[in-house]
Write a protein that binds this ligand. Structure first.
Ligand code: SF4
Ligand code: SF4
Length: 482
């Protein structure tokens, strides 16, 4: 039997969702939300189309996750698989960055920049554009399914699908050359995985942003639970000053008996504009994403009835108590610059500086050496002893580079490679490594008869860059002296 949401079954723990028809509002926080939404969406949709000249040997897409080539490109930075610690470092910085933001300005990430918030906001604007503002949408919701309602809903859901498709489509462009993949996609020539990814992302965007909306924040996202543990009475939150607003009463009553009522005239504007549909007058709650639109709404009401702004305010609980006691609130900067925030910021900055240092000092060449184990050595016809090695020379620049490979610490040793004849053996050989590649070279090292087993090293030197060398120690095996 269907339960009536207005009088829930006392034995049922399930509360049916009440659709949120949030009202249009204007004000400083709404304008800031507009700005963040436009900037974040523009970054997401436009970035794959940005070009970046890296020369003829590397892709010219500014931001590219090249899975086939196993590279990550971001403007002038190119990350190889063995440098994944840069990506891990950036992810750790992003996590700690959220700690910094939360301890300084509360759930500002949730209210403004979280993708779920941004896309939900976008879909709510589509609702307003197609169906009208709050009252019109509520009327339409209650109306029977006439042909007009079906057409209107169909049109709106079509726009949802287009947004979902563009969002999924933009995502795959980060993984291949955007103009090429775009053309292939519409010509039906892209890989099946591209179509599957776009399909899945279209579906998730429409489901999460278009239909589930605030339920994702309230029931699915773990972040609000973690944030609650990071906040204290000195954190900035959106709060209703009940000591000032209560007891609430209509404007008419408040005018008749001004001493009996507080500043809240119970107009419910703050509830009507809330994108998650909560009533902030009931106190801090997990459904509040700190978007501050209720502040914009209430400040307008206060201006209209000639009372001071800030009945709902962005303030710390500590400041609210001070205000209640008649003391001057502290500067909001004190909520931002406090020990907890500074510690988080210090850790964040230290990781950032370490990554920048590693990025600035990393070499763009790399050498690895693997000695043949079987046989460990070969005795040549002239009595000299030979060991064989596989060298991997990595060139991380987007141009071919001449490199020199030398033997270090192997007296009397010389070597040749599979590209040359033994007669050209020497202590040093020159090798050209193609752009952005790892070149495998077989090296045959010989020492005169009687040379004992010992450690030595291969040294790789990039000839076009002073000081760019890599030294790798290895073992030379020889028969035991009799
Ligand atoms: S907008 Fe302000 S005055 Fe109106 S109900 Fe909310 S808190 Fe009260
Ligand atoms: S209560 Fe206010 S700050 Fe919280 S989500 Fe609703 S409108 Fe945004």
């Amino acid at each position: 039997m269907a339960s009536n949401p207005a009088s829930p079954d006392p034995e049922s723990l399930y509360e049916a969702r009440r659709a949120v028809h949030n009202k249009r509002i204007d004000g400083p926080f709404r304008r800031f939300k507009w700005a963040v939404m436009i900037v974040t969406l523009a970054i997401y949709y436009i970035t794959p189309w940005l070009r970046w000249d890296r020369g003829e040997y590397a892709p010219d897409q500014a931001v590219l996750v090249d899975l086939a080539g196993r590279r990550f490109y971001m403007f002038d930075i190119e990350i190889w698989p063995h440098e994944f610690y840069f990506v891990a470092g950036l992810l750790i910085m992003a996590g700690i960055g959220l700690f910094v933001v939360t301890s300084a300005v509360g759930r500002a990430w949730c209210g403004y920049a979280c993708p779920q918030t941004v896309w939900t906001d976008l879909f709510q604007h589509i609702d307003r554009f197609v169906d009208g503002d709050r009252n019109a949408r509520m009327r339409l919701d209650r109306a029977p399914w006439t042909w007009g309602k079906v057409t209107r809903r169909g049109f709106k859901w079509l726009i949802y699908l287009v947004i979902g498709f563009v969002t999924g489509g933009a995502w795959i462009l980060y993984f291949a050359d955007a103009p090429t993949l775009f053309a292939q996609f519409f010509a039906g020539e892209a890989a099946a995985v591209a179509y599957a990814t776009v399909g899945i992302l279209t579906l998730t965007t429409v489901t999460l942003g278009g239909f589930m909306r605030e339920q994702v924040c309230v029931y699915m996202c773990p972040w609000p639970r973690i944030q609650s543990a990071m906040m204290d009475e000195h954190s900035l939150v959106v709060t209703y000053k009940d000591w000032r607003g209560e007891p609430r009463g209509s404007l008419k009553k408040a005018k008749r008996e001004p001493d009996k009522f507080g500043d809240c005239i119970d107009c419910t504007e703050c509830v009507q504009v809330c994108p998650t549909g909560i009533d902030i007058r009931e106190g801090p709650q997990i459904g509040c994403i700190t978007c501050a639109l209720c502040i914009d709404a209430c400040d307008r009401v206060m201006a209209d009835i000639g009372r001071p702004r800030g009945l709902i305010d962005y303030a710390t609980l500590d400041d609210c108590e001070r205000e209640q006691r008649g003391e001057a609130p502290r500067s909001p900067w004190k909520a931002v610059f406090r020990p907890r925030t500074m510690i988080y910021f210090g850790i964040w900055a230290a990781i950032g500086i370490a990554l920048l240092f590693a990025l600035g000092t990393r070499t763009r060449t790399d050498l690895s050496v693997a000695a043949d184990r079987n046989p460990p050595f070969t005795i040549m016809s002239d009595g000299s002893v030979r060991n064989s090695y596989t060298l991997k020379l990595r060139n991380m620049e987007s141009r071919p580079r001449d490199m020199e490979v030398s033997l270090v610490g192997l007296d009397g040793g010389s070597f040749w490679t599979e590209m040359i004849d033994r007669s050209e053996a020497g202590e040093t050989q020159r090798v050209t490594v193609p752009a952005d590649e790892v070149r495998e070279v077989r090296a045959y090292v010989v020492v005169p008869q009687g040379t004992p087993e010992q450690q030595f090293a291969f040294q790789l030197t990039a000839l076009d860059s002073e000081g760019e060398t890599d030294l790798v120690e290895t073992q030379f095996n020889a028969p035991e002296a009799r």
